[in-house]
Design a protein around this ligand. Structure first.
Ligand code: FES
Length: 105
């Protein structure tokens, strides 16, 4: 399934993300530098902050931990804010669009 990342500079990158892979990991391995993923995906750094622009209702709800980490995020937190490492690809999330938060630190 494909994911479109809208980077802070306005560039759009479309990436094929294998089912079971987080959208943070896929971004990092495709050189999308606006997603940092400093903690490696354990929901403890908030440097993988994205705004989910499609399919938001299909995503599993945020855990308490994700919510707490997001409250420390460097960029403004919006209702569609998620940690990219906690969004794991599924077939029904094909064509997901996420906007990468402008600041991750
Ligand atoms: Fe650290 Fe997502 S990679 S919170």
């Amino acid at each position: 399934p494909n994911v479109t990342y809208i980077c802070p500079d306005g560039e759009r990158e479309e990436v094929e993300v294998p089912v079971g892979t987080s959208i943070m990991k896929a971004a990092v391995s495709h050189g999308i530098e606006s997603i940092v993923g400093d903690c490696g995906g354990s929901a403890s750094c908030a440097t993988c902050h994205v705004y989910v622009e499609s399919h938001l209702e299909k995503l599993p709800p945020k855990t308490v931990n994700e919510d707490e980490m997001l409250s420390d995020a460097a960029s403004e937190v919006l209702p569609n804010s998620r940690l990219g490492c906690q969004v794991v690809m599924r077939d029904d999330l094909a064509s997901l669009v996420v906007r990468v938060a402008p600041e991750q630190w």
